[in-house]
Design a binder for this molecule. Structure first.
Ligand SMILES: Nc1ncnc2c1ncn2[C@@H]1O[C@H](COP(=O)(O)OP(=O)(O)OP(=O)(O)O)[C@@H](O)[C@H]1O
Ligand SMILES: [Mg+2]
Length: 244
């Protein structure tokens, strides 16, 4: 579904992604874990067409997309739930969701779009209850659900999520991850970026570990969870040492 080869990207003089190669197969959930500043968001922005790569290729559904606009990439079936959510705070929940289906407005009937909205409401019941509430007045967790719902309104084949657990209370994180697991069961392909490695590896089939713009480790979710380095650096299993 997604194949990235030797991707290099950055900002001005800053060289951030240093030759990233990875792939995501249809129906897979793949996690990218890594510390602050490792380049995880930069990677997702580059795939989504928000940032132009300096070299390398991004192939999605057999098409090269690394020169396409973000709109075309979404229309092609690759949707990003951005870090920090970026919902429209002065628009209602329903209006935010409708914006997610913007590129479908010509090809689809109003009934198709209403059906997609029902699917989102079935996944996140709270959004149905709050359909007419302004986005900015939702809690952090509800805003995250809205951001995921908005991306789903574009009918993606690949859903990319950047830190869905960030700033969300632990119980809500669990709910969000249950929904991510359900989306995967329904056949959606998922690329997930998380600092919360435990949650990400619980839902993912495979994962990659990023350090300073490079992949330093890759494997099945089980292999990564069992890896002592990953446990020490990302799964918080060194707390005893801190207390010694
Ligand atoms: N717009 C920008 N302009 C300049 N530098 C940037 C910009 N965005 C990110 N960077 C830098 O690029 C590096 C990688 O940032 P990125 O946001 O990709 O990291 P990340 O792995 O997503 O980190 P986090 O876990 O904190 O979200 C950082 O050093 C960051 O300061
Ligand atoms: Mg980030």
């Amino acid at each position: 579904m997604l194949r990235i080869l030797n991707l290099e990207a950055g900002y001005g003089l800053l060289h951030i992604l240093k030759g990233i190669s990875l792939h995501v197969l249809p129906g897979e959930a793949v996690a990218i874990i890594g510390a602050n500043g490792a380049g995880k968001t930069t990677l997702l922005k580059t795939i989504a067409g928000i940032l132009r790569p300096r070299s390398g290729t991004v192939v999605f559904n057999k098409q090269e997309i690394h020169r396409e606009s973000p709109e075309k990439i979404v229309a092609g079936g690759c949707s990003l739930v951005p870090e920090g959510r970026h919902i429209f705070s002065t628009m209602t929940v329903k209006e935010n969701l409708l914006l997610g289906a913007y590129h479908r407005r010509r090809k689809c009937t109003a009934a198709d779009i209403a059906a997609s909205m029902e699917e989102v409401y079935d996944l996140f019941g709270i959004l149905r209850e709050r359909a007419n509430q302004l986005g900015g007045t939702l809690s952090g967790g509800q805003q995250q659900m809205l951001a995921i719902g908005r991306a789903l309104m574009s009918k993606p084949k690949l859903l990319m999520m950047d830190e869905p657990s960030l700033g969300v209370a632990p119980l809500t994180v669990r709910d969000i991850y249950k929904t991510i697991a359900r989306l995967k069961q329904n056949g959606l392909t998922i690329l997930l970026v998380e600092q919360n490695a435990q949650m990400a590896l619980a839902v993912a089939d495979r994962g990659y570990v990023f350090e300073t713009g490079q992949i330093v480790l890759e494997g099945t979710a089980r292999e990564l969870s069992d890896n002592p380095e990953v446990q020490r650096a990302y799964l918080g299993k060194d707390y005893q040492k801190i207390n010694e």
